[in-house]
Design a protein around this ligand. Structure first.
Ligand code: ADP
Ligand code: ASP
Ligand code: MG
Length: 407
């Protein structure tokens, strides 16, 4: 088999872990597989570097920040290559530019345009192991770029697709994808197999175990992802095409995201162009808007509430205050202590009343729902941040996801 293995920060955090990671690579290699490895920086390193940049300047130059952050992965890739060499394996490190990981020039959130895989495939055919820096690439002008936080997952999937690997093994500190974050619900259970569709929702709604873009890319090319632990040898979770033969439970998992803020414009005239008037300046400022709710108008006036990422809250409020008069809004209000809790499952397509059950459980617990949004396979509510842990636990239990319920 041809396998691309990705090791996250916890698998690279210090000499002892790097030695353990090298043993995992060696064992897989000795099973007769062709291997390429993608690594993250040592855990905490990207944050440490970011803090250094912020200590130098409130608004450091984006190009330099990317070049700085890329050093984290460069250090871990070289150290792992050295250790593999020490174990007698013909290994060598490659950074994004050396590999030919060509990206757009959007610093901090670059998109992958192309992976030059020919020499990598030749190395794999020759039994050599390339240890490649995740998270980084190079733009057409030769600038070093990074792909956004958690981006090594996306690097690994892109490289797996480029070398036509059989599977992309993503090693982390949990042994699979759980029905919710095991840090909040210790008796969450492991999902053996999850469809791309569900994982995409899961990741984008806050399960930070895989970068959302990596799942979108894997889905587009049908690349199976095996998410597993580098701390033990047990089978993890497969992210792959939906197994339609299986009877599906209504809810597969619960996700949450605390990184939310909401903004409300009150008393705006209900007329064409209002939504465009609000969201144009926000889009121009490169701010992503998530949930949007417009109230039914009364006497020709309406309210619009929407959510943005918490780090964009102040900027969004400033923009809204600037445009308040043009939009003829009577008032702008907001808060940055809201969060999102979602239930996800392809089984929802064939089960009625799932959303209603969710609302009833939250109502019985006295949790106030501020906004609701749904799709065919998810229901999301916006609520106060203080209620997140409780809501996640209650929903996890109510939808029979606790360990033991499904065993
Ligand atoms: P890495 O550094 O290996 O990329 P991450 O910290 O990015 O690791 O992702 C692994 C973490 O994701 C786990 O430690 C876990 O707490 C968290 N996580 C959040 N939601 C889930 C989930 N549904 N299943 C498994 N892990 C989850
Ligand atoms: N080192 C980068 C980060 O911390 C990329 C990654 O780990 O995937 O976000
Ligand atoms: Mg990660």
């Amino acid at each position: 088999m041809r396998i691309v293995q990705k090791f996250g920060g916890t698998s690279m955090s210090g000499v002892a872990r790097i030695k353990e990671t090298a043993r995992i690579v060696r064992d897989e290699y000795h099973r007769g597989h062709q291997i390429a490895v993608v690594v993250s920086a040592m855990s905490g390193e990207t944050n440490r570097l970011l803090t250094l940049a912020q200590d130098i300047s409130d608004c450091p130059c984006e190009r330099e920040v990317d070049a700085l952050l890329a050093t984290g992965e460069q250090a871990s890739a070289t150290l792992l290559a050295m250790e593999l060499d020490h174990l007698g394996i013909d290994a060598f490190s490659l950074n994004g530019a050396q590999l030919g990981m060509r990206t757009s020039g959007a610093f901090g959130r670059a998109k992958i345009d192309h992976v030059d895989a020919n020499h990598l495939i030749a190395a794999m055919d020759a039994g050599r192991i390339a240890v490649i820096t995740g998270f980084q690439g190079v733009d057409i002008d030769g600038n070093i770029t990074t792909l956004g936080r958690g981006g090594s997952d996306t690097s690994a999937v892109a490289i797996a697709i480029a070398v036509r690997a059989d599977v992309c093994d993503i090693y982390t500190d949990v042994d699979g994808i759980y029905t919710t974050d095991p840090r909040i619900v210790p008796n969450a259970h492991k999902i053996k197999q999850i469809s791309y569709e569900e994982m995409l929702e899961f990741a984008s709604l806050g399960a930070k175990v895989l970068q959302t873009r990596s799942v979108g890319l894997a889905m587009k090319y049908g690349m199976p992802i095996h998410l597993r632990s580098s701390f033990n040898n047990i089978t993890g979770s497969m992210v792959c095409r939906e197994d339609t033969s299986m009877e599906k439970a209504s809810v597969t998992g619960v996700a949450y995201n605390r990184n939310e803020a909401k903004v409300t414009l009150q008393g705006i005239p209900d007329q064409p162009g209002i939504a465009a008037g609000i969201f144009n300046p926000i889009a121009k400022a490169d701010i992503n808007v998530d949930v949007i709710v417009q109230n039914i108008s009364a006497h020709g006036m309406t309210d619009i509430t929407f959510t943005v990422e918490r780090e964009d809250y102040r900027k969004t409020m400033e923009i809204m205050h600037q445009h308040c008069a043009d939009l003829k809004a009577s008032h702008v209000a907001g808060s940055d202590d809201v969060a999102k809790v979602s239930i996800i499952g392809v089984g929802m397509k064939s089960h009625a009343g799932v959303a209603q059950t969710m609302f009833q459980i939250l109502a019985d617990a006295g949790v106030n729902i501020e906004m609701i949004t749904t799709s065919e396979i998810k229901v999301t509510v916006v609520l106060g941040e203080a209620d997140v842990d409780r809501a996640v636990r209650l929903l996890h239990t109510a939808f029979d996801l606790d360990e033991g319920d499904n065993a």
